[in-house]
Ligand binder design. Structure first.
Ligand code: NAP
Length: 260
């Protein structure tokens, strides 16, 4: 299969590191012109320099604010591929999640995506081609007790994707979400070493972590960001033209279900 995004412009929100950076790289390697986004010019420049040689531009904007979104739209008024990757997560005991935390998670993990879909979808529909892809999580389905606010926000994102896919029905524009499972990012690596023997090499450490703390995973290792990016690049491509309104799993079998 040849994933060819030549001539397409893509935006990946929250892409100065982790899964977002891997997605930006994959889309650019597939021929797209990719906008990398983060909150500060320094971090965005650093990410752009990691992707030297690829057609990548940087857009520093805090998309969790209306002003930041306005700035992003000023610099990037249209895209063919929108990847709503930005998402925050953190553990809070269920009875201690405050109203403010609930609102923040809804704002950042749901409303930012809705706002960007609302901004870019009409142009995609007008041009008769486009892709909107939201990065959800296994926590959307397997709600963690210590991250109910996060899980709920990701469940909402699945609904957002399904709903906007209906809005784009029959237009050549597809809208999907990707259910990412536990993934090897810098933050998660630190987290693993908080729980297992620090002297273990990475492969053994992550295996012990997965077997002890994430026994539902059929993969029994963390997912690499590139493995999520492979699915996103496929969904972004013309090859995925008949896949819309779906939630596609790259979760290492974490969610104990045949569907979605
Ligand atoms: N890691 C996992 O195991 C895992 C599992 C399932 C799903 N996911 C989902 O995958 C997505 C990416 O996760 P990750 O672990 O790769 O994230 P991460 O390492 O925490 O990176 C977050 C990115 O978002 C940027 N960012 C944060 N706030 C922003 C804002 N207001 N405006 C613009 N950019 C902002 C950060 O850039 P700056 O700091 O430079 O602003 C950074 O590039 C999230 O939606 C997450 O829920 C992750």
């Amino acid at each position: 299969m040849n994933i060819d995004l030549t001539g397409k412009t893509a935006l990946v929100t929250g892409s100065t590191q982790g899964i977002g950076l891997a997605i930006a790289e994959h889309l650019a390697r597939s021929g797209a012109r990719v906008a990398v986004n983060g909150r500060t010019a320094e971090r965005v420049d650093e990410a752009v320099s990691k992707l030297a040689g690829l057609d990548v531009i940087g857009v520093a904007a805090d998309v969790s604010t209306e002003e930041g979104t306005a700035e992003l739209l000023r610099q990037l008024p249209a895209v063919d591929v929108l990847v709503n990757n930005l998402g925050i997560f953190g553990a809070v005991p269920p009875m201690e999640i405050t109203d403010e935390q609930w609102r923040t998670y809804f704002d950042v993990n749901v409303l930012v995506s809705v706002r960007l879909i609302r901004s870019y979808l009409p142009g995609m529909i007008e041009r008769g081609w486009g892709r909107a892809i939201q990065i959800a999580s296994d926590s959307a389905i397997v709600i963690p007790a210590e991250m109910i606010h996060y899980g709920v926000s990701k469940t909402a994102l699945l609904a957002v994707s399904r709903g906007f896919a209906k809005e784009a029905a029959g237009t050549g524009v597809t809208v999907n979400s990707v259910i990412a499972g536990p993934t090897h990012t810098a933050g998660v690596e630190d987290f693993v070493y908080q729980l297992v023997d620090k002297s273990l090499p990475w492969d053994a450490a992550q295996r012990e972590f997965m077997i002890k703390y994430r026994p539902q995973s059929l993969l029994q290792r963390l997912i690499e960001p590139e493995e999520i990016a492979n699915m996103v690049a496929y969904l972004a491509s013309p090859l995925a033209s008949a896949t819309t309104g779906g939630a596609l799993r790259v979760d290492g079998g974490y969610v104990d279900s045949i569907l979605p």
